[in-house]
Design a protein around this ligand. Structure first.
Ligand SMILES: [Fe+2]
Length: 200
């Protein structure tokens, strides 16, 4: 009797599908690229406000807080999950070392910004410089790192599911609820990790 094709279903992808049911169509690179787009659009919005001389401090603060929270989560899922997987899969340690160093610089600015108010003298400047770091980060990843990762044998769907899962945990830890992810299940939130609350 011929072997049934279903026996080839990998337990890896089944596991990934179970964990990332909500984001099953998202591979790791797509997910990270979406994050890049989201924050880049917010940086653009802030720069437009600056050019127009719009000093709506509340709007500026909302942009800054959103970007800082998104970037904190983005950097953390890359450091915890994506970079270690990429290190094993691609032969370019320099690229990964540089990415981690760049994250450290961005985190420094994020922490300084979170202690400031719009209207403080270097507030706008710090956010603009953060935007420049992020632009560089996006270019390096999208033009150099991601193409190499795509060519490797990494399971991008499984990795994407892991990233999505961790992202949701971190969003909860930071008290963020996006409009498309209904995370209002208070009962379920009791299981979230509290020991990794070192994002700052
Ligand atoms: Fe990134």
């Amino acid at each position: 009797m011929p072997r049934n094709a279903t026996s080839k279903t990998s337990s890896k992808s089944t596991k990934a599908a179970a964990r990332g049911a909500k984001a099953s169509a998202t591979d790791a690179i797509k997910l990270l690229t979406e994050d890049h787009k989201k924050v880049s659009a917010l940086f653009d919005e802030f720069e437009k406000m600056k050019k127009k001389g719009d000093d709506d401090e509340e709007a500026k603060q909302l942009i800054v807080e959103t970007v800082c929270a998104e970037l904190t989560i983005h950097a953390q899922i890359e450091e915890e999950i994506f970079y270690p997987a990429a290190r094993d899969a691609i032969d370019d340690m320099d690229l990964l070392d540089e990415a981690e160093v760049e994250h450290a610089s961005a985190k420094q600015l994020i922490s300084e910004l979170s202690a400031m108010q719009p209207g403080d003298e270097l507030y706008d400047a710090k956010f603009t410089v953060l935007g420049e770091y992020v632009k560089h980060h996006v270019e390096e990843e999208e033009k150099e790192m991601f193409p190499k990762v795509k060519k490797s044998d990494l399971d991008l769907e499984e990795l994407g599911a892991e990233l999505e899962q961790r992202k949701m945990e971190l969003r909860e830890e930071l008290g963020l609820v996006s409009d498309d992810d209904e995370l209002e299940d208070e009962e379920g939130s009791a299981t979230k990790s509290t020991s990794r609350k070192n994002v700052h």
